[in-house]
Design a protein around this ligand. Structure first.
Ligand SMILES: Cc1cc2nc3c(=O)[nH]c(=O)nc-3n(C[C@H](O)[C@H](O)[C@H](O)COP(=O)(O)OP(=O)(O)OC[C@H]3O[C@@H](n4cnc5c(N)ncnc54)[C@H](O)[C@@H]3O)c2cc1C
Length: 421
């Protein structure tokens, strides 16, 4: 890892300081690297630490637009080798006969998405970051305070008990849904708890899961079962907050029995469940995306319910859009002029562009949770009509698939698979 010598209180000046080297912060540094700027990534939790909150044992479904981004960034072969393709998505509603499905062939693509374990994706991204001379990594180091001026953003970081100042033309907050850096930028976020916890783990299925992903809406919340490496299936089981501790405390066989009762026997009997972890689910949305010389991306800007596996993918579109805004500004800079990634027109362009995609995805995932979580008779009927319409009305599935693949709306270069340099 390129960890600079921290003898001095002041570090050298950077063009871009990224606060948070998780899934999104690391991806942004990799995406920006070809533009030849000096980039710093400040990450609070050491690599491979069991408490690393981003690169943990969850599995993430990568959308088509994220795939294209990794292709354009020259990372796809490595990410692809570490992930499992999804060729079918099966959507069902517990207690109802109806179900819907989306098929990759029908959509004219090789795969609807790919599933990768966060920790494994982390290894791929971080080892590539280590090869980049333009990127300096400060880890473990935590941003403690921020001061935003007209010409530069300055942050104070705590690296193992010693304080250091770090400055950049642009400060990017990529420090997750509870972003302290967002607060330091003076931006508040609206937060609403779903009173649900996602219980995450993996198990063996009697019938091979192959390349199918399942999304099942149950009375407590959605349950996703995804194909992962070694023929195991990953699950994200949403349970109500008041039941979560009980479910997490079940022994393996009782846990499997309850999960099986929710999912049914489409994949035969479940067995050999691994360790489980719980994630309280909260919807969060920053009221603004930018402040002077600073910007929010990823979960710091929007934290979604994992119902349709969109959070990371949406964050990757933030990454792609920010790269485009900076690149456009460079292309408009006079020859010999200095690129300023934190200039107000760059930030305005980014905020205008991202507002609509983020708003749509927040609304889309929140509506899914409400629609499929409700037990009211009228809503159940509407939902059944919705499920039917989903399969029968021409184009509806396609529109849904376009959203889940991240291909709706105006796409930045990287999301279209176009490399930037
Ligand atoms: C159960 C579950 C399943 C999910 N499944 C999917 C899926 O299938 N597909 C999908 O697209 N999305 C999924 N998501 C969402 C996805 O995990 C998040 O959107 C993604 O992790 C956001 O990444 P991030 O880098 O923005 O934030 P984080 O992952 O929260 O990373 C933030 C990083 O910032 C660091 N940090 C925090 N504070 C500081 C500080 N002051 N200074 C320096 N560093 C700091 C942290 O240590 C961390 O490494 C899922 C989420 C959950 C909870």
């Amino acid at each position: 890892m390129r960890q600079p010598d921290l003898m001095e209180r002041k570090t050298p000046e950077f063009d871009i300081v990224i606060a948070g080297g998780g899934m999104i912060g690391t991806s942004l540094a990799l995406a920006l690297a070809p533009l030849g700027m000096r980039i710093a990534v400040v990450e609070a939790v050491a690599r491979r630490n069991a408490l690393q909150p981003s690169f943990d044992d969850r599995s993430t479904a990568l959308s088509r637009s994220t795939q294209r981004m990794f292709e354009a960034m020259g990372l796809w072969d490595d990410v692809r080798a570490a992930s499992t393709p999804i060729t079918h998505i099966h959507v069902s509603d517990k207690g109802r006969f109806g179900f819907s499905h989306i098929d990759a062939r029908e959509q004219g693509v090789e795969a609807l998405g790919y599933v990768v374990i966060n920790r494994v994706l982390g290894e791929v991204l971080q080892s590539r970051l280590d090869e980049l001379p333009a990127v300096q990594q400060f880890c473990p180091a935590r941003i403690e305070s921020v001061s935003l001026g007209p010409d530069q953003a300055m942050a104070t970081m705590d690296a193992g008990g010693s304080e250091h100042e770090i400055t950049g033309k642009l400060l990017v907050a990529a420090d997750g849904a509870k972003s302290a850096v967002r607060d330091m930028m003076g931006i508040s976020a609206q937060r609403r708890a779903y009173d649900q916890r996602a219980i995450v783990g993996n198990l063996l299925t009697e019938k091979p899961i192959l390349n199918r992903a399942y999304e099942r809406f149950t009375s407590q919340g959605p349950l996703a079962v995804l194909p992962i490496a070694d023929e195991r299936a990953g699950f994200v089981w949403t349970v109500s907050e008041k039941d979560a501790n009980r479910v997490l405390g079940l022994n393996d066989s009782d846990f499997i029995a309850e999960l099986q009762a929710e999912f049914g026997f489409r994949l035969g009997k479940f067995s050999r469940v691994g360790a489980r972890a719980g994630y309280p689910l909260v919807l969060s949305k920053a009221v603004r995306l930018t402040a002077t010389r600073s910007v929010l991306i990823g979960n710091a800007a929007h934290g979604l319910h994992p119902v349709s596996a969109q959070g990371f993918n949406l964050g990757m579109r933030d990454v792609a859009a920010l790269c485009d805004c900076i690149l456009d500004s460079r292309n408009a800079t006079e020859p010999g002029g200095r690129l300023d990634p934190g200039a107000s027109d760059v930030l305005r362009h980014y905020a205008d562009w991202r507002r609509s995609d983020q708003k749509k995805l927040v609304y889309f995932t929140d509506s899914l949770v409400r629609l499929f979580g409700s037990q009211r008779a009228g809503i159940r009927t509407l939902r059944n009509i919705g499920m039917l319409g989903f399969d029968l009305i021409p184009g509806v599935r396609s529109v849904f698939a376009k959203h889940t693949m991240g291909l709706a709306g105006e796409l930045p270069r990287l999301s279209r698979g176009v490399p930037i340099r």
